[in-house]
Structures are given as C-alpha cells and as structure tokens.
Ligand binder design. Structure first.
Ligand SMILES: Cc1cc2nc3c(=O)[nH]c(=O)nc-3n(C[C@H](O)[C@H](O)[C@H](O)COP(=O)(O)O)c2cc1C
Length: 322
C-alpha cells in the first residue's frame, strides 16, 4: 500500500492510542513487523503544547519508522496550523482524528463528533491538505450512531479533499467500544472510493486479520488493543497472511527481553516517576492472565526502577527453573 511517497512494506499498521502508542511502543511494533505506527493524538490547540505530554508526543528523535503524527481538533485554521508545526517538527504524514469518542475530545466537537457535521469535516480536510506538502490521512468511525452510519459519505468527502488514505474503525461513535466491530460498512466504503482504505477494530488474531482483509477487500489493517502487551502480534499476523500457518507462541526468553527493554525505554523517556507508572500499565498487559494477578498486584506497589526490573527478572527466572 502506498501513502503519498511512502510504500508500506506490508498491510499492518499500529492504531494511534493515546497513552499507549508512545515512541517506545511504536518502535517495538515496527521492529516486530508493523509497516507503520501512528502517533498518539496531539491537540490542535497551541495553548496545551507547552506541556511535557505534548512535547514528548511532538518529538520524533529516535523514531524507527515512518513518522505519522495524529492531530485532533475542530477548527480548520487551528488544525492547519497544527499540521504545519508538526511537519516542521519532522512529521512525514499528518493523520486527522475523527474517530475518537472520548468526552474530553468530543466536548470541543472534535474526534468522532465531527461525523455529524460533514460541512465542518470538509472545511477541516481542505484546510489541512492545503497547508502541508506531506500526505494527509484521516481516521473515522463508521458514523455517529448505528442509525446514522454515514461513513461512505464522509469517505467520499475525504477522497474529494485529497486525503491520501482512510482508516475506519468498525463502530459508530455512540457504540464507544461496546459490541463487536462490524465490517460491512468498511467494505461499502472500500467499494465507493479509490484511495487506500484501512480496516480497524477488534483485529486480535491472525485468523481475524485474514477474515477482515478477505471480507472487506481493504488495502491494510490497523491494530490497536490487540498489540497491547503483544507487540509480536505483527510478526504472527504477517506469518499467517504469508503462509496460512500459525507461529508458535512467543518464547519466554524473548518476552523477558522485550519487556525489560520496553521498561528501560519508558524510564528513559518519562523519567522515574512517570516511567514507573507507565510500566505498570504495560506490564499489566504483558502478564494479563488470571494466574498472574498476584504478580500484578505486587508489581503495582513497587516505587523504584530497580525493584520493578528485578521483579520482572525474578518472574522469568522462576519460570525458567520450573
Ligand atoms: C487507550 C486507547 C487510546 C486511543 N487513542 C486514540 C487516539 O489518540 N486517536 C485515535 O484516532 N484513536 C484512538 N483510539 C482508538 C484506536 O485507534 C482504535 O480505533 C480502537 O481501539 C479500535 O481498534 P482495536 O480494536 O484494534 O483496538 C484509542 C483506543 C484506545 C483503547
């Protein structure tokens, strides 16, 4: 699949997830075979850029893959300005968020709330596309409510405005994350536009990836929660797509190395206090089985980098001895 000048090496993309797809996580997923990882969303409101959170999200030093930066907002001028600033900071692709149902984002009528207002959608897309020379991509939901699945209409607007590719989460805004993602609307979108379409939502196994590709005919897949604590899912899915066979589960030695490296990168990026808190979240995903609950409870009480790392080491040492 091609986005502007960028030829993706396969059909697997990491979904933007605020608080999850920071640079350490994006780099890991790209190393495990994802063709591209979209950054966490950045508000288009410049008043909030002078915070650690925004500064960290805007920095691309050490990024392994294509730098796709997502922006969120409702004002065409602010969005265009945010796009320009992020391109100056190194973004190679600007992604526009019209998929997020979060109240914080929707209060300002941004994210998926915009789907109710196609005129505003068009104004934002035109302004951003005109403002930057890099490809502009868009992420939407299928509509704003099950009885208002206007994804095809929005997709046509996107194509007319010069959007380079369109990612579609197979739920409406009203669905939040409830129920199952549906792929019929995504299939209809794919059939109605000629820019690349990326299917998203509930793709958590290699078999599901195969099914969604076949059912919708899309150009690529976007994977979010399925990669939390499992960055190797991209290797597993790609192998299955290539061969029809499933890889053996990831070895414990490999999981140990990845977790420790991931923790180290979190401490480096966020410093000890915040790094420890982010580490709890990711370790909770890596070791999410019921029998690992006592481990998680104890790990979440640890307050130093050394204690966190040695607890993970001990956990894998014990497994290796048994
Ligand atoms: C914790 C979290 C944060 C998210 N943040 C964003 C975001 O910043 N921008 C966005 O477009 N979507 C965001 N999403 C939505 C995901 O990109 C994706 O559309 C959704 O999770 C469905 O895909 P999945 O089933 O593969 O997770 C977020 C989802 C989660 C779970």
């Amino acid at each position: 699949m091609q986005i502007g000048p960028y030829q993706l090496k396969n059909q697997l993309i990491v979904a933007p997830m605020a608080g999850v797809t920071d640079q350490p996580f994006r780099n890991l997923c790209v190393r495990y075979g994802a063709a591209m990882a979209v950054s966490e969303m950045l508000s288009s409101n410049p008043d909030v850029w002078d915070t650690d959170k925004s500064r960290q999200r805007m920095s691309h030093a050490g990024e392994n893959g294509i730098r796709s930066v997502q922006i969120a907002g409702a004002d065409p001028e602010l969005m265009a300005n945010a796009a320009v600033v992020n391109v100056q900071q190194g973004a190679q692709i600007i992604d526009i968020n019209m998929g997020c149902p979060a109240k914080k984002v929707n209060k300002k009528l941004a994210g998926s709330a915009l789907l109710q207002n196609p005129v505003q959608v068009k104004a934002i897309l035109q302004a951003v596309v005109a403002a930057v020379d890099v490809p502009v991509t868009l992420k939407i939901r299928t509509g704003w409510a099950p009885e208002h699945r206007n994804g095809v209409h929005i997709a046509q607007i996107a194509e007319d405005c010069g959007i380079a590719s369109l990612a579609v989460h197979g739920r409406t805004r009203q669905c939040m994350y409830k129920g199952d993602a549906e792929y019929d609307t995504i299939k209809a979108i794919k059939q109605n536009i000629s820019i690349p379409v990326i299917a998203n939502g509930d793709i958590v196994t290699p078999e599901k990836a195969r099914y969604v590709l076949d059912h919708t005919g899309v150009d690529a897949l976007m994977i979010g929660r399925g990669a939390q604590g499992r960055p190797w899912i991209f290797r597993e899915i790609q192998h299955y797509l290539d061969t029809g066979n499933k890889l053996a589960p990831v070895e414990m030695d490999e999981k140990r190395l990845v977790m420790l490296e991931h923790l180290k990168n979190l401490y480096e990026l966020y410093g000890e206090y915040k790094g420890i808190r982010f580490a709890r979240k990711h370790v909770g995903w890596y070791l999410d089985q019921e029998e690992q609950r006592p481990f998680r409870a104890e790990f979440n009480r640890l307050e130093t980098v050394e204690k966190q790392c040695s607890m993970v080491e001990r956990y894998f040492d014990e497994i290796a001895q048994n």
